[in-house]
Write a protein that binds this ligand. Sequence first.
Ligand SMILES: [Zn+2]
Ligand SMILES: [Zn+2]
Length: 368
Amino acid sequence: MTSTSGPGHSHAPAPPHAQRARGAAAANDPFPDVEKVRPGLWSVPVPLPNNSLRYVLVYVFETDRGPYLMDAGWNTDDAFAALQSGLTEVGCDVADVQGVMVTHIHPDHYGLAGRIREASGAWISLHPADAELIHDRYDEPDDLLDRVAAALRQMGAPSEELEPLRNAAMPVRPLVDPVVPDVLLEDGAQPEVPGWDLTAIWTPGHSPGHLCFYEARNELMLSGDHVLPRITPNIPFHPQAGANPLGDYLNSLDKLEPYEVNEVLPAHEYRFDDLRTRLEELRQHHRDRFTEVIAILSEGPHTAWDIAEHMRWSRSWDDIAGFMRRAAVGETVSHLRALEIDGIVQVDDGEPSLWSLSEGTAAQRAKR
Ligand SMILES: [Zn+2]
Ligand SMILES: [Zn+2]
């Protein structure tokens, strides 16, 4: 694993075809400037050092009351300084911020929100499904970590990897100020940002309470980590993820389909215009992954860990370590759970659990 993939990274290693299709690695792209997206709307990159995502894009909505932000960055002095200098370039100040709409609770989006509130008195918003995870995840994580370890055992993680993988996300804890949000935004809620016509769209999958926001006046889709132009967001199976996070994610892709969109404003990488093409690429990516999982299981029952080891990733399995390895296995289980719910695969209740093709699927394949 290279040093650029720290535990704050919320995306699994990509399968090789995803990279081929999309050209140069993000690491070679120039670091973006503060950019004017529309009159009164700005994009401010906030750096994520030692992380392959490199920066989060904070969007700044100017209003006659002061600026409102979408997402925040993580809680470091450098990130706060970068945000402050970006806001100065825009012509305002952190102290003037009125509200911070956080797309989801990952540290690179929510970590710095508390410090912004402290400096300005701004409100912070989240979807309730993410807000309710804060305490167990960041304040008192021991119980959650034990549940992570139990899940890893069931997935078939080798015993010597249990302890390091259990704790693989702990280095990001200091990057989060685990504040309680002031405003909870449900699906369809319209955050109060004067002069802008914003609607929250609940898009669970990458996290249970992930929100996208549609700005109707300019036909903009602020997509958070749900839809990125090049990276496929990690859809982890995790004790806090619900029963079928990948099923949720695929439904959440469909949910964006009806919107008329001029431009997509993601939280990482860069803005792009053809949302529907990207939605279809993401669906196709997961269809390909389903096919891969089924092919592996057609050779016989496997643990989730074995399946992950046999899948194609952008680097060899031995080079995927720590948090990235946990994300890769978690992503594999998300595919397995979605296939199980569709009746295509089944799992026993052993420890570790063995996955196999369901009888119907096996019979169908035998006939071909
Ligand atoms: Zn994320
Ligand atoms: Zn992110």
